[in-house]
Design a protein around this ligand. Structure first.
Ligand code: ADP
Ligand code: ADP
Length: 226
């Protein structure tokens, strides 16, 4: 029931760019899968279609046995971390992180505590009461990651979330992510063009060839977890 299935998923944009070519892949519940491939091979596009943010040109992606319409309406248990932090500028950092919890009906006090906890985890406890514009780019990304983690989604979609971070922060957040994944059994779809990151984090690597992206191989990573 809780798997994610890509079936012949293809995308050709309006301008004729073929971004993804017949992707067939099933991701089981609790799997940590990484889409690995060169820039422009359609990784982001695949992820966006999984979230219902982009229409497939052909084929489709099924999330938890839901129809595409249901996926778009039922986003409470799906969280997305984009390459851009996408914070709401008129809400303070804490209120940005609280938002998805509020939408899910988590009581205010509990939502505040959870949001504060994850903000502490990403090293931003001191910045809870400031507006996003006061933060650096890397700090905004950490807020965006905290917001996704606080929501405790069943499916977490992450598009190069660590690319803009310094090495120390990256390593810390990678470990936190693995911890959360093990604890919550979250299904994670992760995008990177970094081979080391893919091997380090995921249980499965879907290797994609240069655009129009095709799945070239699926590798099961069987290494001791850090
Ligand atoms: P990746 O995430 O692997 O870097 P993307 O999914 O972002 O690749 O892009 C795949 C291809 O589709 C690229 O050639 C990119 O330029 C193109 N592309 C992405 N979004 C659009 C769009 N909205 N309109 C036209 N072309 C696009
Ligand atoms: P990042 O690597 O997260 O992009 P920067 O190199 O821009 O961070 O900033 C380095 C440090 O400067 C941050 O970790 C933070 O402690 C501090 N800093 C950045 N912006 C602000 C701000 N608006 N107010 C206070 N401190 C800040």
């Amino acid at each position: 029931g809780e798997s994610v299935t890509f079936s012949q998923l293809s995308k050709v944009f309006q301008n004729g760019t073929a971004a993804l070519d017949r992707l067939d892949l099933t991701i089981e519940e609790g799997e940590f899968i990484t889409f690995l491939g060169p820039s422009g091979c359609g990784k982001s596009t695949a992820l966006r279609m999984a979230a219902g943010l982009e229409e497939p040109s052909m084929g489709g992606v099924k999330v938890f046995d839901r129809s595409p319409e249901e996926t778009i309406q039922n986003t409470n248990d799906i969280a997305f971390v984009f390459q851009e932090p996408n914070l709401l500028p008129w809400r303070k950092v804490l209120d940005n992180v609280i938002l998805p919890l509020e939408l899910r009906g988590v009581p205010k006090k509990e939502a505040r505590e959870e949001a504060a906890r994850v903000l502490d985890m990403v090293g931003l406890k001191k910045y809870m009461k400031v507006y996003p514009r006061e933060l650096s780019g890397g700090m905004k990304m950490r807020v965006s990651i905290a917001r996704a983690l606080a929501a405790k989604p069943k499916l977490l979609l992450m598009d190069e979330p660590f690319a803009a971070l310094d090495e120390m922060t990256r390593q810390r957040l990678q470990l936190e992510l693995l911890e959360i994944w093990e604890k919550e059994k979250t299904t994670i779809l992760f995008v990177t063009h970094n081979v080391f990151e893919a091997v380090y984090l995921s249980t499965t690597i879907a290797v994609m060839s240069a655009g129009p992206g095709r799945l070239s191989s699926v590798i099961n990573v069987d290494l001791p977890r850090p």
